[in-house]
Design a binder for this molecule. Sequence first.
Ligand code: CP
Length: 315
Amino acid sequence: MKHFITLDAIPDLNNAVQEIRTLKKDAFAFEQLGKHKTLGMLFFNPSLRTRLSTQKAAQHLGLKTMVMNFSNEAWALEFEDGTKMSGLRSEHIKEAAAVVSQYCDVVAIRAFASLSDKQKDEEEQVLNNFARYASIPVINMESATAHPLQALADAVTIHEHTLNKRPKIVLTWAPHPKALPHAVGNSFSNMVQRLDADYVIAQPKGYELDPRITKNTPLIYNQEEALEGADFVYAKNWCSYQEYGKILRTDDTWMLTAEKMKLTNNAKFMHCLPVRRNVVVADDVLDNSNSLVIQQANNRTYAAQWVLKQILQNG
Ligand code: CP
């Protein structure tokens, strides 16, 4: 593995999940692998889980970490080629990426979607330009369109809790007061499409994800119907993709409740966190023993550790 920008970097997802579960049993087994090496972590957006779990993963591998809140501590970056930099942007990505490559052996980056410029978001300007101009491997810690570390951890969590051979997995849109990106829903869909599972996505009209992501996945516009017989229910908000960045509804009809969970096959509840209680999901769902949200957060460490291990072993 050179870079880890999307799940496409993993040729065999099932094998990766098995290896992550083995790694979890002996987290310090590869403690020497990262000795005298440094992981740089650049955040253009806030984080709790990604920051701490990736740092912990690095520690397990003997890596040192350097963390920078790029959005407010670094010089504002210019990404356009051949531009006259007479405005507010002080440093070009060409120098920034090359300089970070002098101090670090691997760089991990978080850079969310703007939700105002669909084309730029889909070009993954920050991630792809770092990958282009850095001489070291680049890891995606959630970009404009993808959150593969989250999806990899979710694959492990689903694997750990799958009782029947072919589970039904439902991704359901849920309400939120802010416009949120599509990255988690995109990567979750990419991941589940590679599992041996029945997968459906439930969303109100106007909230369909990018059809290049959903592909042949059934899209259901009635949440109760989608939840029937589900073994896993993953709730997540995202803004409209078609009317890019817009919030189309503000009512709480799609909030996930204990009453709705009764329609399922005693389903496990999943969410990537952070989650707004009693907006996205009711307290009694989150506080129920079927909620896997803390296990998901725990698996973030081992998913990140597996990715770092692949990159370090690649030399
Ligand atoms: N799920 C997730 O990525 O959490 P953070 O935004 O806190 O890193």
